[in-house]
Every structure is written in structure tokens, then in C-alpha cells.
Design a protein around this ligand. Structure first.
Ligand SMILES: [Ca+2]
Length: 178
């Protein structure tokens, strides 16, 4: 299963540019999509992410190719703080020149790559066009198999019965020389 998932991601590879050294610069993307694994908030068993209720008026963040994901289409307990852990795998051939992570979350988000905590996190929500953010995570990318993990916390709704969506949206863009 995991092997299939890794391959499915690498196949998104885009075109290439020939550098002066004769090596090819290859760019590919890793997205928040339905191949991401998720654990919690209500499921103890790890499963695959699902598309989060889309079209929330406040979700103005835009990351082309990425899908808003959560563990369920609708938040199960909007009045409580809930945490979901997402995980995705990807393979990298050659030395990484640049790895940029575009990210938006409802609400807080922390990112780990290959088990290391990164400086890429936001305690405040980042689901609007103004608050979505970008991190350079080049130094965390390794040759061959990589793992990226996200901890996302949905803060409780302030008023009872208030709509309180939760989700994660991201795209990791990796440039390598092969
Ligand atoms: Ca929320």
C-alpha cells in the first residue's frame, strides 16, 4: 500500500530544465490529497484523509492542485478542540535544490519532516489568502524516501452551534538535480 502511494506521488513530476552542468532540474509536487494518511481526532486507527467540507466562506487561501483535507467531511465535535495528525510519503531522486511548502490550515498547524520538528508552524489560523504561508524546508529533504507530517488543531467554536470547519491545505514543491 505504502509503495503504491509513493509511486502515485512521484508520477506527478512536471517537466524539466537543462542546467549548464548537463544535469536536469526536475520539479515535482506533493499535495494535501486523499492519499494522505490521517489519525484522529475521532479515529484511533490511521486511515486515508477525506475532502473537508469545501466552500467555507472564510477559506480564501489558494494553493493550486491541493485539496482541503480532514478526517471527516464535517467536523465531528465543533464545540471541542480536536487534533488530527496527517502523514504523507514521497521519494526524491538526486540532490534537492529547493523545497518550498505552501500551507494553509484551520486552525493551528505544525510540520515535521523525516521526524524533525521544523520552523514551519502557525498557532493562529492560516486559512485566508492573507494568512496562508510559505516555508523553505530544503534542509529537511533527504534522498530517497521522505515523510512529511502535520499536526493540525481545530480550536473550539466560540458560540454554541457555530459552524467550525477544520482542514489542511498544502503543496510541497521540490526541485532536484538529476
Ligand atoms: Ca475551525
Amino acid at each position: 500500500m505504502k509503495f503504491f502511494l509513493v509511486l502515485s506521488i512521484v508520477l506527478v513530476s512536471l517537466g524539466h530544465i537543462t542546467s549548464d552542468t548537463g544535469m536536469k532540474e526536475v520539479q515535482f509536487y506533493v499535495f494535501s490529497d486523499l492519499y494522505n494518511h490521517v489519525k484522529g481526532p475521532t479515529h484511533e486507527e490511521e486511515g486515508l484523509a477525506v475532502k473537508a467540507s469545501e466552500g467555507h466562506k472564510l477559506w480564501t487561501a489558494s494553493i493550486p492542485g491541493a485539496t482541503w483535507i480532514w478526517n471527516s467531511e464535517v467536523v465531528s465535535e465543533p464545540g471541542s478542540q480536536q487534533t488530527a495528525y496527517f502523514k504523507n510519503f514521497f521519494a526524491v531522486e538526486g540532490k534537492t535544490q529547493r523545497a518550498i511548502l505552501d500551507i494553509a490550515a484551520d486552525d493551528s498547524v505544525w510540520v515535521k519532516i523525516n521526524g524533525k520538528k521544523t520552523e514551519c508552524f502557525r498557532q493562529t489560523s492560516s486559512y485566508t489568502a492573507e494568512s496562508q504561508f510559505q516555508c523553505d524546508v530544503t534542509k529537511y529533504i533527504e534522498v530517497d524516501l521522505n515523510r512529511i507530517e502535520f499536526k493540525v488543531v481545530n480550536k473550539p467554536a466560540e458560540k454554541e452551534n457555530e459552524a467550525n470547519p477544520a482542514g489542511l491545505l498544502y503543496r510541497l514543491s521540490i526541485n532536484t538535480l538529476v
